[in-house]
Design a protein around this ligand. Sequence first.
Ligand SMILES: [Zn+2]
Length: 317
Amino acid sequence: MRMKTLEHQWLEMLCGRGGGGGKDVQDLKRLAAGFEGECELDRWLGEFGRPHWKIFKDIWIDAGGTTQIDTLIVTGEGIHVFDVKNYSGELEYVDGKWWSGGRRLNKDIFIQLKRSMEKMGVMHHRLGGRGRLTGRIVFVGEHGRVHVKDAVDVEVVMRHDIRRMIHKLIDDEQWNDVLDIGETARLVEDFMIECPYKPRELDDVEFGRLRWGVRCCACGGFGVLAKRYHIECGCGHVEPKEKAVLRTICEYGVLRHERDLKINEVERFLGGIVSRRRLTEILRKNFKLLVGGKYAKHENPCAEYQYTFKNKRFRYD
Ligand SMILES: [Zn+2]
């Protein structure tokens, strides 16, 4: 599963609870479109790629500098890097410049991949230079149109060529199967670091202005009614209560990623949907205890429910 970055999750929580300004909304839109595009390439790879390939999704590499990579595939033939773009408008690349609707863009869409490939080159060299190292920029947008009318030293793959590109990777592997994929992937992992960027910290005033309490996971509304084992929303959605509580604790954890889960603060955020005793149990059962007692603190997973509790099932689901 591809994970949304902490910044993406944080902006969703912030904007979904009535916070954030115009720039936050813009950033969220950009990140959501990017994520959607990356998932799109994941689907193509899942359908047409080979199951023994090792695919890394949204990773950070530190090799002579740090860089973020959307998708990295280790095949028997080499290490393949993909920078995924999901644009909906019309773009043109002429004379070394990007244009959109007759206006020149002040960014170079190729530059991120070029910089990444410099660092990947360092990594590849340190790995002994075995196998091929390639970099591609993939335009996945369904409604976007991109015209590259210039010779570029970056391989550009358009949406209608993605399937062919994957078949080419399979073909290349058949002719030149030189890498031990498991071993190469482990070596790549040694270069991986955590994302160095964290969202900003909300101060108590900004946090206090957000809407607290349990949000419906189907419609995003706050009109939920707590029953004994379930919560029910006006939209008709029903969810096990314990799951709703855990999900909301995780949302709190994302919003306040810089702090531990303190029982008093979590209790207030939940807005009384469970008793203090029940909340204590739920925290103890599901989150690592850091400090016990009246002012108990638990470890903040800093990730949404779907990532923190991937395999959890509920009796009343
Ligand atoms: Zn709802």
